[in-house]
Design a protein. Structure first.
Lengths: 348, 86
């Protein structure tokens, strides 16, 4: 992205035009328009971060126009922790990093069900079972299908699964078993991916995402910002997501983990994080845009502002290996914002 | 039974013998990195569960769910931290 200065009027005018397209005409923005908004927003971040206020406001308007005011709440559980053979540089669960996270075998069904029940009691509608694996073998597939049935029947929650790279047969099997949504993040741009992971490729991830959609499951495909990618690379990733059309995009912010190659990176600034949440909303107006990992440490007191900057879903409570804000604080935040909790099924 | 007939001492039993004995043991290891508190004043971040036992510095088995977490040491059992523990 060419570094530039920008006048407040330039960005205002562009956002006004984008409002006409997105909110009034209910039409997605063209790639060139999105790129220009991103360029001016990046300039504003450098010159005067307060100028991104208009961008955040438009993102909130777009969210309301395309998705309504409902917030989808999800609980996630690491059902198999650590010992992952992949080398994703941000991840504390890789066996290739000297991480303090101790590997544990797959949880028994009672423990998974207990976590699902905790999630249901919070008013959540989605429960995601996550495994630190390259992909599921036959034994894991059997367990995942068993757990899907158990959680659905006992709690009524929609079950999402994140278990790595899938084959076509595996994606069909999970769809038949009633898995509502399958998570497989692209994480970062194709051009930056080799800097982040060497044990599998961007195309490996993209193929699994495509197989999930072909099998009829909803696709949850997220991003991880703040790993050292450029603004152009974030736009590159956003364009790939626009082409892929996932139902959900979790937005993670890098939380540098001890023992990983990215341990010494600084946190993303909160204003930059909010600006990019808003840009992702403008680029994907109808998507479920979920607050995910790193939210608390990156945004701190500005988390509520993110809910008015394009976010319409969140992970409640703890994450896979790190702790989150208390669910009560999050639910109180949503009540103060007058945002009802419920399931999101698509564009209005 | 003579000592020689009892068979070899297991690694865990030997480690158990080396641990401080008696009814009171005090946290003396950082739960973030496992270093003795004489070398690390405490580096665990507020959004991290303990990863190392405060009593012996060994890595803990940690379970995190949406609303709770539990940490277990192979020697000291379930670890319960007070708000001031490092």
């Amino acid at each position: 992205m060419t570094p530039a200065t920008s006048s407040p009027k330039e960005l205002s005018l562009l956002l006004e035009q984008a409002r006409e397209t997105l909110v009034c005409q209910h039409t997605p923005l063209a790639s060139e328009e999105l790129a220009e908004i991103a360029r001016l927003a990046q300039a504003a971040l450098l010159e005067d971060p307060a100028r991104i206020g208009e961008l955040l406001t438009l993102a909130h308007e777009a969210r309301l126009a395309w998705c309504g005011d409902t917030v989808e709440v999800e609980g996630i559980l690491s059902a198999k922790t650590g010992g992952c053979p992949e080398d994703c540089h941000f991840c504390s669960q890789s066996s290739r990093h000297r991480s303090p996270v101790k590997a544990t075998p797959m949880l028994d069904p009672d423990a998974v069900l207990e976590a699902a029940r905790e999630t249901a009691k919070l008013g959540a509608t989605e429960f995601c079972i996550v495994l630190a694996v390259r992909g599921p073998n036959e034994r894991i597939m059997t367990k995942l299908i068993e757990l899907t049935n158990l959680v659905r029947q006992d709690t009524g929650l929609n079950v999402a699964i994140s278990a790595g790279i899938l084959t076509r047969e595996q994606s069909m099997e999970l769809a038949r078993a009633g898995v509502h949504r399958y998570n497989h993040n692209l994480e970062t741009a194709r051009s930056f991916f080799p800097h982040i992971c060497t044990t599998h490729t961007y195309d490996d991830r993209l193929l699994t995402c495509q197989l999930v959609k072909e099998a009829g499951m909803q696709l949850c495909c997220g991003v991880l910002l703040g790993m050292g990618e450029t603004a152009d690379q974030r736009l590159e990733l956003l364009e790939d997501l626009r082409a892929l059309q996932p139902e959900e995009v979790p937005v993670n912010f890098l939380n540098p983990r001890p023992g990983t190659p990215l341990a010494s990176r600084s946190l993303m600034s909160s204003t930059e994080a909010l600006a990019w949440v808003a840009l992702f909303r403008l680029g994907l107006p109808g998507v479920i845009l979920r607050y995910a990992g790193g939210r608390e440490v990156t945004l701190g007191e500005l988390q509520a502002l993110g809910m008015r900057s394009g976010v319409n879903a969140l992970i409640v409570g703890n994450y896979l290996t790190t702790l989150g804000r208390s669910p009560q604080e999050d639910l109180a935040m949503l009540e103060e914002l007058s945002m009802p909790v419920g399931a999101l099924t698509g564009v209005l | 039974m003579p000592e020689s007939a009892k068979g070899p001492v297991s690694t865990e039993d030997k480690a158990q013998e080396d641990l401080p004995q008696g009814p009171e043991i005090y946290p003396s290891f950082c739960t973030g990195c496992g270093s003795p508190l004489s070398k690390c004043p405490g580096c665990r971040l507020s959004f991290d569960p303990p990863r190392f036992c405060p009593y012996c510095g060994k890595r803990l088995t940690v379970y995190v769910s949406p609303t709770t977490w539990r940490a277990r040491c192979v020697f000291h059992g379930e670890i319960v931290l007070s708000p001031t523990d490092l």
